[in-house]
Design a protein around this ligand. Sequence first.
Ligand SMILES: Nc1nc2c(c(=O)[nH]1)N[C@H]1C(S)=C(S)[C@@H](COP(=O)(O)OP(=O)(O)OC[C@H]3O[C@@H](n4cnc5c(=O)[nH]c(N)nc54)[C@H](O)[C@@H]3O)O[C@H]1N2
Ligand SMILES: Nc1nc2c(c(=O)[nH]1)N[C@H]1C(S)=C(S)[C@@H](COP(=O)(O)OP(=O)(O)OC[C@H]3O[C@@H](n4cnc5c(=O)[nH]c(N)nc54)[C@H](O)[C@@H]3O)O[C@H]1N2
Ligand SMILES: [Mo]
Length: 682
Amino acid sequence: MPNYTESLNGVFSSVCSLDCPDQCALLVHKENGRIVKIEGDPSHPVTQGKICNKVRHMADRIYDPARLQYPLRRTGPKGSGQFERIGWEEAIGEIAERWKKLIETDGPESILPYSFYGNMGRIGTEGMDRRFFNRLGATRLQYAICEAAGTVGYAYTMGGSFGTDPEATVDAKLHIMWGVNAVSTNMHQVMLSEQARSNGAQIVCIDVHRNRTARWADWFIPLKPGTDAALALGIMYVLFDEGLTDDAFLREYTVGHEQLREHVKPYDPERASAITGVPADDIVKLARLYGGTTPSFIRIGNGPQHHDNGGMFVRTVACLPALTGQWKHPGGGAIKGNGAYLDFNMSALQRPDLRRGGARSVNMNQLGMALHELNPPIRSLYVYNSNPAVVAPNAGKVREGLAREDLFTVVHDLFLTETARYADIVLPATSSFENTDIYRSYWHHYIQLQQPVIEPYGESKSNVDVFRLLAAAMGFTDTALQDSEEDMIRQALNHPRNPNLSGITLERLEREKFVKASRPQLVTDILRTPSGKIELYSAAMERDGYPPLPTYIPLPDEDEALPFRFIPAPNHHFLNSTFAHNEKHVSLEKEQKLHMNEDDAAELGIADGEVVWVRNGRGACKLPVAVGRDVLRGVVVSQGLWADVSGTGNLVNALTPDRLADMGGGAVFFSGKVAVEKVGNA
Ligand SMILES: Nc1nc2c(c(=O)[nH]1)N[C@H]1C(S)=C(S)[C@@H](COP(=O)(O)OP(=O)(O)OC[C@H]3O[C@@H](n4cnc5c(=O)[nH]c(N)nc54)[C@H](O)[C@@H]3O)O[C@H]1N2
Ligand SMILES: Nc1nc2c(c(=O)[nH]1)N[C@H]1C(S)=C(S)[C@@H](COP(=O)(O)OP(=O)(O)OC[C@H]3O[C@@H](n4cnc5c(=O)[nH]c(N)nc54)[C@H](O)[C@@H]3O)O[C@H]1N2
Ligand SMILES: [Mo]
């Protein structure tokens, strides 16, 4: 495989490794062995030569002076950030020695891996790591922090993560951005929607916050948090009532449309309005627009599924395109996620057969609880590709767990993150530009290869390298734990059960850089539900203890009936907590704020720009208020997971609940309630 690291100058193909649906093809410009510029690849049909501001400034992060260069051992109290430099041999030796002892005294399940998708490369993020922890017999991690609830909800209706081809959405005449802040989180959908708009399409945004996407849309519909399913049912009421459904489609491709027709009768526009806060006239207008426009497309975001009822919301909204037969029309339908088209051979990649025991699992949304309450306890934590001290719900409790003196913690990252500051051993990670890996988007249909563009920074090593070293130090002799990246890419792509991958090989990726999977044109050709149809009525849900028809379930009234629903959503210039430590990106984002309705602010005597306490039973956070009309009354919104190295009080996840959503063990970041107080009153 060609290795670009040997060329000091030139322009090289690359992939963006961030956890973002767009997964851009990049051109990396090098001078004297250093990256000097990063741009979008104009030949990639989705990237179209355009990338976000975050990645245009990625070189600032790659060469940030704060980047970790060598392994460290803790010398001060946990959390203090005091470390000494050590060598790799010493670091790996110490980890292996501690783990061997723990396995003898407490068993392998006393060790917990914690990771997410800080780098979407599949070999390093859900490949060699899983092989290693399977072989070790560690406690399993349930990967539920992001899209889990909605993915399960969507699958009940549609049979899996199969949706519209985003490239086809340029032909849709109505684009509904439903709980997705696409201008910040999916900018190439916005580019495609713009192309559609120039051909006459209309863009609607449904959100709890007048964010960048709401301002870009033609029509913004604000609603109360967690009520989206009632809005969808209200739309269905009008569609059935006014004969706007495609009955031939319903008969051929769905089960349960007759039951659904009866079931939505209580959701007349007045009732849906009372629940959602959307005026009844607007519900009728939206339903008529939806019922009268073909093709229409719904981009279902991750926001509304980060609620207690999030799975059911996605299950419900996923029924809408079937009602008007949109799946028949290229560009019509919906996207929640499209990952299932590009399924790799996961058992070949992760080798579950290497595991001999160890059935216990921990939901990553309850890390704090797991570090406090599990019996037998977790005695060692290995964190990579994630920063749970900032991103996990109930983060105060997570930090208390990380501070446990008896917990042996290893963190592998590019930076000394908030989590790394609690580690006993810190290992420096390469950036994706220093690795070989394979990437597949969960929104578009391209698979891409990353070949190293620059040499490893300092002594940093990739995830795959570190797990190979750990496997050897643990005395594991399985050859699967020493496979090369190229071996693993071949194994992942060799998946006869997924015909969309046929003809996609490592050699072809080397030649072409990105290859589009051969998806069937229409989703109706691949319905993997039990009935083989779109399940408006789902017997599987009934069996699993859910209402079988789409249903609105109110959010639980927790947190002592505190007055505000707190929505700490992502921001424009960070990627979760990534970039929150890089000066350039912080300066672009400017300031963390709490958006509050002017009537609520007036009632509390809070002026624009004033700093307030945001509190609940879990914690507190100090933020300046932006007073205005960007949120409804009773809602406060902050954006971004900002750095909180010294515990200065801007950790929004100190306030978020670690309850689990209705489906998939998902997170409920946006269902928490808070009080807002003037700082002087505290
Ligand atoms: N710039 C940037 N891009 C990102 C990320 C980032 O941090 N920054 N993160 C990446 C990741 S990991 C993910 S999962 C995606 C997430 O990106 P999206 O799918 O866009 O999801 P969120 O941004 O979490 O939430 C979207 C919107 O949901 C709204 N919302 C909250 N509650 C409700 C509700 O009850 N109803 C409705 N209708 N709206 C509600 C919020 O106000 C927010 O504007 O973005 C990815 N891309
Ligand atoms: N309040 C609130 N909290 C949220 C969300 C929200 O909307 N609101 N969103 C949630 C969602 S959707 C998600 S997906 C999670 C994301 O949570 P995380 O996956 O933890 O995301 P990041 O904060 O980006 O942390 C990724 C870390 O991986 C490191 N990293 C990058 N590449 C590599 C590599 O190759 N190797 C190693 N070892 N490390 C690497 C980065 O430097 C970074 O520190 O956050 C969740 N938390
Ligand atoms: Mo996510």
